[in-house]
Design a protein. Structure first.
Length: 162
């Protein structure tokens, strides 16, 4: 069993300008993210990203655009020594199809929990929208709501030792 810090992407990891992040050029990791994820890594947490990417279904950007951003993010995390595990994304949107993965649906988190033997009680989810927390709550994982683009260094996690 392993402890996991689940993170939404847009507005939590990277700056959310209030519209989709369509390309790597528009992807900027927020101040404090790398430092915070390194700290959580040192506390024994693996990092899993759980992100709705409905812009793919809407044709705002392609799957490859998303994957390019994801490769960049993953490299940035791994280069910093962060225990990054995996990204789960939902490419769907209600405009074209219904799915179970789009948050507040919990299918992405359920998949991660099963695949990585996640310790539900010891894990948490950070998101800037209620639907992030709803997805986590459906699986029994505690959620921490932040403001969009909030500096993660300002978070106080009572269940963390440090
Ligand atoms: Mg978000
Ligand atoms: Zn989906």
């Amino acid at each position: 069993m392993r402890k996991v810090a689940f993170l939404d992407r847009d507005g939590v990891i990277n700056h959310d300008p209030g519209d989709y992040t369509c390309s790597l050029q528009e992807f900027t990791i927020l101040p404090g993210v790398i430092e915070t994820l390194k700290k959580w890594t040192s506390e024994g947490y693996g990092i899993v990203v759980i992100t709705n990417q409905g812009g793919i279904a809407k044709g705002r950007y392609s799957l490859e655009d998303f994957l390019e951003i994801d490769r960049y993010m993953r490299s940035a995390f791994i280069d910093a020594g962060i225990d990054y595990i995996e990204t789960y994304f939902c490419p769907h949107h209600e405009v074209s199809s219904r799915c179970l993965c789009r948050k507040p649906g919990s299918a992405m988190i359920e998949k991660a929990v099963a695949r990585h033997a996640v310790d539900i009680e010891a894990s948490f989810m950070v998101g800037d929208k209620m639907r992030d927390l709803q997805a986590a709550a459906a699986v029994g994982i505690r959620g921490l709501k932040i403001d969009v683009n909030q500096d993660l260094r300002s978070l106080r996690l009572p269940f963390l030792k440090a």
